[in-house]
Design a protein around this ligand. Sequence first.
Ligand code: BG6
Ligand code: MG
Length: 219
Amino acid sequence: DIKGFVFDLDGVITVTSIYHSKAWHQIADEVGTKWSDKLANSLKGVDRVHSLARILKAGGKETAYTDQQKKDLMDKKNHLYLQYVDKMGSDEILPGIKSFLADLKRHHYAISLASSSRNSPKVLKKLNLTSYFGKVVDPATLKHGKPDPEIYAKGAKILNLDPRRCIGIEDAVVGVQSINAAGETSIGIGDSKVLHEADMVFPDTSKLTLANIKKHMDQ
Ligand code: BG6
Ligand code: MG
């Protein structure tokens, strides 16, 4: 029986994956890496350090920047990203998420957050969703980022739940892989071809309901 839900944030609860992309796009332009949908997709769910590494690699610039310059680029990206976040409000919550969270609460499911983003407390506050997420994995405490299972394993642990009693929800391929490796049931939000490793995929968050999940699990 499922007892808990472990959520990704960017691209599942809110539109911020777009803002991350826009900010990284600007950094890619600055370092001379050609931006593409493929590159953008490969950054989804990936932490700051590894996102920059991928952008530099895509432009053949792995060794062109010092550690200090890389730090400055990451700070710049975060500054650009936070300019978008500052303007956010609860209308940036993705369709159906608010009622899904309320439904989970009503049915006494445990809820935690497993986002790679260090900005998630700020984003939750902007969305007025902090009250749902008393349990948040702090990505600063992790040894390994997604697709490693560590973050989703912690998402279950902070709920005192066996991972097998949890469902993880993700929009990123590496996120689905992390959920699966942690031994949880995975829900992908997005393109079922891209997220084919997920136990079930919904095209968008409006389809994310307890009824639809139960339907899938009974199949
Ligand atoms: C993930 C996003 O949730 O967090 C990535 O999908 C982002 O795009 C990563 O790079 C790290 O976020 P932050 O806010 O700590 O730089
Ligand atoms: Mg995401």
